[in-house]
Write a protein that binds this ligand. Structure first.
Ligand code: DX5
Ligand code: ZN
Length: 217
């Protein structure tokens, strides 16, 4: 099933609850929450307190993307703050199996993210344990960047790897996804679509409906 995961990084934080409500009412089922630590990525964003607040007013699937070093120390806290899916970066984990096991133990679904230049071979011995793989289609750290074209082949190759193993793992794509390249990433095999600036700039309800039209075709 295709799903839209609007990234609140591009929302208006002065009216965050309202922006989220618009996206939810227009049909988005996931909410993508970008956590940045100023180490793994250059920028800082937000953490557990904001999540706890928005959790009280939303039944969306909270899809938490941890762009942080040493994610292990925060997994339990994010699960308790309401994360349904927790994503860690392969590049930030020394003991990835242990981290993935900790996510599941905390009661969340486990996802591993790869930066654009990180090869799929990183997933060779962990894929079976994952609910989802996040392929970054920009270098993480900021919203509003341009989609990196070489990622299309990477999505195709990952979908083949998943199918060849008889799995049904979700593939999430994140970064630079707009209406004009949405069909391309879907055709390549992605089924969970993150969109930040394409959803939260302008008319949020219309933007979500336009995405949902393509996603449910
Ligand atoms: C980038 C974040 C993305 C970002 C996407 O580091 O992981 O989720 O918010 O924003 P857009 O859709 O504007 O590229
Ligand atoms: Zn993200």
């Amino acid at each position: 099933m295709n799903k839209l995961a609007p990234s609140i990084l591009a929302a208006n934080f002065a009216a965050l609850g309202e922006d989220i409500r618009k996206a939810e009412e227009a049909g988005a089922e996931y909410l993508h929450i970008d956590v940045m630590d100023g180490h793994f990525v250059p920028s800082l964003s937000f953490g557990m307190p904001i999540m706890e607040s928005i959790r009280k007013n939303s039944v969306m699937v909270f899809d938490v993307h941890l762009m942080i070093d040493n994610p292990d120390q925060y997994i339990k806290a994010f699960a308790e703050a309401g994360a349904d899916i927790i994503t860690v970066h392969a590049e930030a984990c020394t003991h990835l199996n242990r981290t993935v096991a900790a996510i599941k133990e905390a009661g969340a679904k486990a996802c591993v993210a790869l930066n654009p230049a990180t090869p799929l071979t990183e997933l060779e011995y962990i894929l079976e344990d994952l609910d989802m793989v996040l392929l970054m289609t920009v270098n993480p750290g900021f919203g509003g960047q341009k989609y990196i074209e070489s990622c299309t082949r990477k999505i195709q190759e990952l979908r083949k790897m998943i199918t060849d193993r008889g799995l049904e793992t979700d593939i999430e794509v994140d970064g630079g996804i707009k209406l004009n390249n949405l069909q391309k990433v879907l055709d390549a095999g992605a089924n969970i679509i993150v969109a930040g600036s394409a959803v939260f700039a302008g008319d949020i309800s219309k933007n979500v409906r336009d995405f949902m039209k393509v996603l449910t075709e």
